[in-house]
Write a protein that binds this ligand. Structure first.
Ligand code: ATP
Length: 211
């Protein structure tokens, strides 16, 4: 459960997003909205990496400002266009994130195998194509045992064979650990593989559920 109260995010004095009160129960959510509506702004605030006015509270007691370290431990985030130091290898980044997220031993194996990534993970990420980098950023977002995983544009640059794999990761993690997902996308999510996706619409500077 995520509670957003009296939220206001401005850029250079201009209000980008304002949310008086909004509750997100456990579930899988598709965050929709036109370009510039505020989807990334919302996800970055929920990830605890953007400054804003107001409060975001996870599980009734983790305030993203007052318990910021614990909060960020419970929320994973994959950016729309991930940027990593080019000299690090995929394996080194996985190792780093596993440590930071206190991930179980060999947790990455399932994700790496199902996306057939093992052959290029020993290479520096500067050599990766945009799709290879996107897959790595998704694996990193699944490390640890977060209560909530935020994926900004998880489907862009992925080939069509990889889409069902990402859907299966989301469905599996949600089923096994009741992890909440917020997925921002301009593409529709496949109904059959992710049956209980609710929609959150970002428009006119605020958010609402779409029936
Ligand atoms: N760093 C920034 N500095 C100034 N304005 C910003 C900044 N980041 C976002 N904005 C503004 O905030 C508003 C929301 O941007 P945001 O990136 O959240 O939209 P979005 O819905 O994710 O868009 P898209 O679908 O194009 O990715 C836009 O008007 C944008 O210009």
């Amino acid at each position: 459960m995520i509670q957003i109260n009296k939220f206001r995010k401005t850029y250079n004095g201009r209000v980008a997003l304002q949310i008086d009160a909004f509750t997100i129960p456990p579930g899988i959510y598709w965050v929709r909205g036109i370009n510039g509506s505020g989807k990334s702004t919302l996800l970055k605030a929920l990830a605890g990496i953007a400054h804003f006015q107001g409060d975001i509270i996870l599980a009734g007691n983790l305030n993203s400002k007052q318990q910021s370290v614990a909060y960020r431990g419970a929320v994973n985030f994959a950016e729309a266009e991930p940027v990593f130091p080019e000299f690090l290898t995929g394996n080194e980044l996985i190792h780093l994130f596993k440590k930071a997220k206190n991930a179980p031993d060999r947790q990455e194996d399932f994700y790496v195998d199902s996306m057939s990534m093992a052959s290029y993970l020993p290479d520096p990420v500067g050599t990766y194509s945009s799709g290879m980098l996107k897959k790595l950023s998704l694996v990193l977002a699944f490390l640890g045992q977060p209560a909530c995983i935020l994926l900004d544009e998880p489907l862009t640059t992925l080939d069509t064979d990889s889409l069902p794999v990402v859907y299966s990761w989301i469905a599996r993690r949600h089923h096994q650990h009741q992890t909440t997902f917020l997925l921002s996308s301009h593409q529709e999510f496949e109904g059959e593989t992710l049956p209980d996706v609710r929609k959150i619409v970002v428009e006119q500077g605020t958010i609402r559920y779409e029936p």
